[in-house]
Design a binder for this molecule. Structure first.
Ligand code: K7E
Ligand code: RUQ
Ligand code: CUA
Length: 647
């Protein structure tokens, strides 16, 4: 073992040790008296902020109130959700289609909000799928997934869905470099020759938010980790952290973290746009899914797209620049002024802060330290504003308040450290319970933060709650940051693993929230817009049940004449026109989940009976005093029997 390998092994062992005993010493781990009031929102009162939290490997997003920590909704995004029939109804299944078919799970790490002039505008929330590379758009008026786009030439869409200040683009940077192009069956050992790191710029429609892959950048085989757009003076640029600049394909020989410095990649996307206009892009044949939800037909449409335009920054020299950044950078965050870019090396003992002005000067003067994969490397000192010295162990992510301060999460030393962006002076530190990953301040990644709270999203819960067997909930903690000192005011459990989260003032969304879907506007092809339109129609072996639900019955509720070999489609229209009166639908033995149908909506459950008999169905959501009576029967007869269709 050479000495640098030995050092690294020791460092990794230390990190592991810290992981096991990460309870900060000498700190009081309960909210101090009086501070709990700050998180108290009286019954019937509204929270000040909506907090959208990624669900990690649950594949979902959840919505909490701040500062109360009350859970309002779990939004199904990349994973099926039987509670809402998402991924079970015929209408929602296409949302989860990919170029590999139906993929009902993903790993959702980050959220971002649409912006106008660098401020949150409240229209859409985006989330990334880290496994089968995808990005989803949630419509904040309905709190539903409205669109999912798959990312070709990519694997592990981690550096996503970070967004530019007028929602021109959001990005998707591959976590794993992979072989790109026609021949992908190559030896893994040929990594350095064949593997590429690809970043996608996804345009967002001004009016309706629809996503489209505008272009991709073909880059050396590093791993892209996180990113942030420039803002204000640095608008037009995007910054990405990357690790594994060794381009190692195994960690077993501790190859991937040998270099003293990895990189931040600075991308001049305005320049990329110019090249694109000038026809410098190369069209590549690929296959990726694009799925959209239509609110009028209450259905998703799945299509496969087949082309992307690729730009090569090793040829088009002035799009991309690497900046050295110490030891395995993770977070890469730009401050509200747009001048400072904060890198966080997971194994580094300092936080480097880069200056956009200095980066521009270094590019103008060509203050380079050679090239990496054909891309200029700016000299570290030439780009550096300064380093925060001895801030803590294992810096991960940084958010900002509206007073020029930064808040960095430290996984290993399990704390949040507050420091001043200009002076780089450490101002305060507070322990987290335990081992914080991301952190979030409302608007803390934009030009307009609301510096009232910082929320820690912790990886380990340990002794914070009553034990629940081997697995404990993951957890968030809210700190009041309105004063000089950060103050813990609340813990709350999360759904799945919370990675990044965002918060916005409730006023941006709450009055725009859709209450019902108007039944007259329902364009679902199998809608029954009144009980009189309810019917059962046979088309070959397909039985279409045009069913209505209203408190407290289904129509029709007795169906006969279905035969073995038939496929039954229950198209259930909820006729209610009051806010929050869903009806559910389930039938005995269906190899499926339920439906949950909101007022004015039609949803379809497909059922292929496998046995002769009489099968009860019922409403699954308590809807009135006669909810329990909301039921019916369907009779299945042998194939070839002459029971006539009746309802
Ligand atoms: Cu959890 Cu953003 Cu995937 Cu850092 S990443 S902790
Ligand atoms: S019934 S109100 Cu199913 Cu006891 Cu619920
Ligand atoms: Cu409808 Cu219960």
């Amino acid at each position: 073992m050479n000495s640098s390998k030995r050092m690294l092994t020791i460092l990794l062992a230390l990190v592991a040790l810290q992981w096991m005993s990460c309870k900060p010493k000498g700190a009081s781990n309960a909210a101090a008296g009086g501070s709990a009031e700050k998180a108290y929102v009286a019954p019937g009162k509204y929270d000040e902020f909506y907090n959208f939290v990624s669900g990690g490997f649950s594949g979902q997003m959840s919505v909490y109130g701040l500062p109360s920590g009350r859970l309002f909704r779990v939004i199904p995004v990349f994973s099926v959700d039987p509670e809402k029939g998402y991924g079970y109804s015929e209408e929602s299944k296409p949302m989860l289609m990919t170029s590999n078919g139906f993929v009902p799970w993903d790993d959702l790490h980050h959220v971002s909000f649409s912006q106008t002039n660098g401020e949150i505008d409240g229209r859409w929330t985006f989330g990334n799928g880290n496994n089968t590379p995808r990005v989803a758009r949630i419509d904040n008026k309905t709190f539903r997934t409205a669109e999912i786009i798959e990312i070709p030439n990519s694997a592990g869409n981690h550096s996503s869905p970070f967004i530019t200040e007028n929602s021109e683009y959001l990005v998707a940077g591959t976590r794993f470099s992979i072989p790109v192009g026609d021949n992908q069956d190559v030896p893994i050992e040929s990594y350095k020759d064949n593997f590429k790191g690809v970043i996608s710029f996804i345009s967002i429609g001004k009016e309706h938010g629809e996503m489209d892959i505008a272009f991709q950048l073909l880059l050396p085989g590093v791993n892209f980790d996180l990113s942030r757009a420039g803002k204000g003076p640095s608008h037009g640029w995007f910054f990405f952290s990357c690790y594994n600049s060794e381009q190692a394909n195994t960690l077993l020989e501790v190859n991937a973290s040998q270099r003293d410095k990895d990189f931040i990649l600075a991308v001049n996307w305005k320049k990329a746009e110019e090249y694109l206009k000038a026809g410098k892009g190369v069209k590549k044949q690929v296959r990726y899914a694009h799925n959209t939800w239509d609110e009028k037909t209450h259905s998703a449409k799945h299509e496969i797209r087949t082309e992307v335009t690729v730009l090569d920054p090793a040829i088009l020299k002035d799009i991309c620049y690497f900046i050295p950044c110490p030891k395995s950078p993770h977070g890469c965050d730009t401050d509200p002024t747009g001048e400072y870019i904060v890198g966080s090396g997971k194994l580094a003992a300092i936080i480097p802060v880069f200056s956009f002005t200095k980066i521009q000067k270094a590019i103008a003067d060509k203050t380079y330290d050679g090239e990496y994969g054909g891309i200029p490397v700016i000299k570290y000192e030439a780009a550096l504003h300064g380093e925060v010295k001895k801030p803590g162990l294992g810096p991960l992510h940084t958010e900002f308040d509206d007073k020029g301060n930064a808040y960095t999460s430290f996984f290993v030393s399990s704390e949040i450290v507050k420091w001043n962006v200009k002076s780089l002076e450490v101002l305060d530190r507070v322990p987290t319970y335990y081992s914080i990953g991301h952190l979030s301040i409302p608007g803390g990644d934009t030009r307009k933060p609301w510096g009232k709270y910082v929320v820690a999203y912790n990886k380990i819960t340990k002794d914070r709650y009553l034990p629940t067997g081997p697995e404990l909930t993951q957890s968030a903690q809210i700190f009041d940051i309105s004063g000089d000192k950060m103050q813990l005011i609340l813990d709350f459990p999360t759904i799945g693993e919370p990675h990044y989260a965002g918060s916005m003032p409730a006023s941006l969304i709450k009055d725009k929230s859709v209450k019902i879907f108007k039944i007259d506007e329902n364009q679902h092809p199998y809608a029954a817009k009144g009980e009189k339109e309810s019917k059962v129609v046979r088309e070959g072996n397909k039985i279409h049940v045009y069913m209505t639900s209203i408190r407290s019955h289904f129509a029709p509720d007795n169906i006969e004449g279905v035969k073995l070999g038939d496929e039954v489609y229950f198209h259930v229209t909820n006729l209610e026109q009051d806010w929050d009166v869903p009806h559910g639908f389930a039938i005995k033995g269906a190899l499926n989940a339920e439906l949950l149908i909101m007022p004015g909506e039609t949803q379809t459950l497909k059922w292929v009976p496998e046995k002769v008999g009489v099968f009860p169905f019922y409403c699954t959501d308590f809807c009135s005093a006669l909810h329990q009576e909301m039921q019916g029967y369907l009779r299945v007869s042998p194939a070839g029997s002459n029971v006539p269709l009746s309802f």
